[in-house]
Ligand binder design. Structure first.
Ligand code: ME8
Length: 508
């Protein structure tokens, strides 16, 4: 059986989750469900990043001990994933004991190899981001933090460093030999060109306790804690059993997809592969950096305060409509502009008018003309459906594998519209008047088969909807499997219509 290890970033617990976090987890969930649909053994990992000064500060502001605070916020993320129907296999928190132990073991290992050294260092430091920037970077940015654009402090102190430079030329060659390693290709080009035009300096992986105390204790020196990023990246192997259960680790690692947005691509595409290489661990298969959701032209983010609350959206429009909107509206690699108008358009036209209406009126006819019982007819695919259906069959797996969800949905909705047109052109009401029962049965069977197949294809994107359609089609115990998406695989139907799947949103 093939396996798929899929990860999301571990989100900082300094605030509640927003739509950007929801987006990454919906992408990862959609891919995980697709892999399960194809019979793959999936390990889907998500979690929270809980160390660091900014988290300690927010905890203090809310009058809580750091651990109590991170327990609460981490639970908010878990709650959101449950509400969004995100079915992960394990939720890792960087404050778990086993993870902290692995972080310390890794540092000791790299130190023994000579890849960690101590040095006095003067650098430009961003307190909120806990990041050091080099003089060249600061010159380019005009003296502010490259991430959050805040003022920087000049800090001089002794720290421990990880020897990135030793692996730079290896990473460049690796990228050249593996152009599919970073996706989309624009991001691959960016990383490669950065590596070819800059010399990597040592990565500062310690923070003195006098300045920052909420972190994993540095194993070589108890005056320090570990830098949050070095700690957090290691979750991808600690959660898979590294240095704890080698059998399990072998069966899960390497990760097949690391999902994140472009803001943290360098951490994943430069630091992480080098850390793995130094540890003599295989590299992940794909690092996938998606785009940003913007709101009124600005990236949606905690620090800008323009967050869109996914819990509110679920209440207003429902989970599947939200998942559909996010995955249909933009290609995974691009940026998206978030607006209520765009959501309403998508829901009313694609979901209420096209899909919802198709299911409702087909089942309505099945009940009206045949009391819901449609016998299986000739297995031939109607002429009108052939081209569009074979286009989906031929491209579905390839596109889903590349996370090209918007293109897949476009093709599925083309088929839905062909079915709607088929109803209009066949005019079943006229056939009924003419007493053509046999013809109407064939017509309805074709539509029900088409809808059944659609339900399999859309399940990764809209699981509740797909399952509701299955229930209405009387397919209760059938497992959702890609091999069932073939035409004519279902016998007689006994259907029972429910209320429309997607009520229209009133904009007046
Ligand atoms: O960076 N559009 O955590 P974080 C799309 N703890 N996605 C967005 C987004 C937006 N406007 N805003 C956030 C961290 N995201 C580290 C990660 S991993 C070992 C450590 C999503 O809470 C997107 O996935 O700042 C982005 O990469 C991530 O949230 C950043 O989450």
């Amino acid at each position: 059986m093939s396996k798929s290890y899929i990860t999301t970033p571990l989100y900082y617990v300094n605030a509640r989750p927003h739509i950007g976090h929801a987006y990454t987890n919906i992408i990862a969930d959609c891919l995980a469900r697709f892999k399960r649909l194809c019979g793959s053994e999936v390990f889907f990992l998500t979690g929270t990043d809980e160390h660091g000064e900014k988290i300690r500060k927010v905890a203090k502001l809310s009058g809580k001990e750091p651990q109590e605070f991170v327990d609460e916020v981490s639970a908010n993320f878990k709650d959101l994933w449950q509400k969004l129907n995100v079915e992960y296999d394990f939720f890792i928190r960087t404050t778990f004991d086993f993870h902290e132990r692995i972080v310390q073991e890794v540092i000791k290992k790299l130190h023994t190899k000579g890849d960690i050294y101590k040095e006095k260092y003067k650098g430009f430091y961003c307190v909120p981001c806990e990041a050091f920037w080099t003089a060249i970077q600061v010159k380019e940015s005009g003296g502010v933090c490259l991430d959050c654009k805040r003022e920087l402090e000049v800090i001089e102190e002794e720290n421990y460093f990880f020897r990135l430079s030793k692996y730079q030329s290896w990473l460049i060659s690796y990228l050249k030999e593996n152009p599919e390693f970073i996706k989309p290709s624009t991001r691959y080009n960016e990383v490669l060109s950065f590596l070819e035009n800059n010399s990597l300096e040592g990565l500062c992986i310690s923070r003195p306790k006098k300045r920052l105390s909420w972190g994993v204790e540095f194993p070589l020196d108890n005056n320090y804690v570990v830098y949050v990023w070095f700690d957090a990246l290691l979750n991808y192997i600690s959660a898979a059993g590294y240095n704890q259960d080698e059998e399990r680790f072998k069966s899960i690692w390497p990760a097949d997809y690391h999902f994140m947005a472009k803001d943290i691509l360098r951490h994943h595409a430069i630091f992480w592969p080098i850390m793995l290489k130094a540890l003599e661990i295989d590299l992940p298969v794909t690092i996938f950096a998606h785009g940003w959701w913007n709101f009124e032209g600005e990236k949606i983010s905690k620090s800008r305060g323009n967050i869109v609350n996914p819990l509110e959206l679920i209440k207003d429009i429902g989970v599947d409509s939200l998942r559909y909107f996010l995955l249909r509206e933009i290609p995974v690699g691009g940026d998206g502009s978030f607006s209520w108008k765009a959501i309403v358009n998508r829901i009313n036209s694609d979901l209420a008018n096209d899909l919802g209406n198709l299911v409702f009126r087909t089942l309505n006819m099945a009940e009206k003309y045949f009391s819901g019982r449609i016998s299986s007819s000739s297995p031939a695919v109607p002429r009108e459906f052939r081209e569009v259906l074979s286009e989906i069959e031929g491209s579905y797996k390839g596109l889903m594998d590349k996370a090209e969800f918007n293109t897949v949905l476009e093709k599925i909705f083309k088929f839905i519209n062909v079915m709607n047109k088929y109803i209009e052109e066949t005019k079943p009401w006229a056939l009924w008047k003419a007493g053509e029962k046999e013809k109407i049965n064939i017509f309805l069977y074709s539509l029900l088969e088409g809808i059944r197949i659609v339900s399999i294809y859309i399940w990764p994107v809209m699981p509740f909807t797909a399952e509701s359609i299955n229930g209405q089609l009387g397919i209760k115990s059938r497992e959702l499997r890609i091999e069932n998406a073939g035409w004519g695989l279902h016998g007689d139907f006994k259907v029972k219509k429910e209320k429309p799947l997607f009520p229209r949103i009133d904009v007046s």
